[in-house]
Design a binder for this molecule. Sequence first.
Ligand SMILES: NC(=O)c1ccc[n+]([C@@H]2O[C@H](COP(=O)([O-])OP(=O)(O)OC[C@H]3O[C@@H](n4cnc5c(N)ncnc54)[C@H](O)[C@@H]3O)[C@@H](O)[C@H]2O)c1
Length: 306
Amino acid sequence: MAQSSIRQVAVIGFGTVGVGWTALFLANGSDVTVHDPAVDDLATLEAALAPSLASLRELGRTGHGRLCLAASPEKAVASADFVQENAPEKQAFKADLLRRLDEATPAGAIIASSTSSLLWSELTGTCRDPERVIVAHPFNPPHLVPLVELFGSDPAVLDRAEAFYAGLGMRPVRLKKEMRGHIANRLSSALYQEAVHLVEQGVASVAEIDAALRDGPGLRWATMGAHLTYHLGGGKGGIRHYLDHLGPSQERRWQDLGRPSLTDKLKADLVAGVEAEAAGRSIEELEALRDATLVALLHARRRTER
Ligand SMILES: NC(=O)c1ccc[n+]([C@@H]2O[C@H](COP(=O)([O-])OP(=O)(O)OC[C@H]3O[C@@H](n4cnc5c(N)ncnc54)[C@H](O)[C@@H]3O)[C@@H](O)[C@H]2O)c1
């Protein structure tokens, strides 16, 4: 199935990432049928989608796919060309849901799971046609962060999925082997582990640690990844010089990184620190700030990467 023949998409699970996926598919002109047991009217769907669709319009994604609501997963996928599953992250539950979706989805359609940390092999064991089931992990919010990480067993299915996501303006990255947390969540977790360790050790406040990231490496990482960034850290000698010159100090830091446990005391300190940093701003206000900044960053990158 070529990318252009994917017209009808089913979104299973309309929570944090399901909303973003739905907006992205609609804004690119696909018709979308949503199923979520917690949603029973179209007006709720439309209200939840409005901010994401507005952000996508600012990026020139102005398509108008048709939005429908289905009362069961089976009804949602009955005529789907592509299924994006975003239900709760519980292994047995998700594996059973994927089995049901596989039974009800037309032959040849792709079924993609957004799972953050479950492995393809943990999810597809009871599917009749596991080859057409893939992991397609987005980064929140999926309508504005281009990354989607792909893993599956059939290269031809992955080729079709990759073409579909690339056509939505995404940046598919394929894993050569499955790994818990894929790539981006492992990187993110390694960083978060150390950010929590620094709070535990009393090195700085939550807000100061966030500032060190946001106004430091975060800015660089929005332009280049870790490897290419350190290539420039080696000056004219590039990564070869960097590794010879500063590799030993990297190793000393690696050996010193923390492995915190989320004790009640540490959790309370993190919550208090984040509340102080949020300074009364609601989740909706912070989401709006994040999304407006992401749109501006994506515009800036379009200009510099031309
Ligand atoms: N939140 C993130 O940052 C993020 C990022 C990438 C991937 N993911 C992955 O996406 C998936 C969903 O995560 P989320 O954060 O959107 O969760 P969420 O809790 O916000 O949403 C899950 C939704 O699934 C619905 N649901 C429950 N049972 C269902 C069923 N039988 N069929 C269909 N829907 C059902 C719930 O009503 C809820 O709306 C998880 O696998 C998660 O790992 C999450």
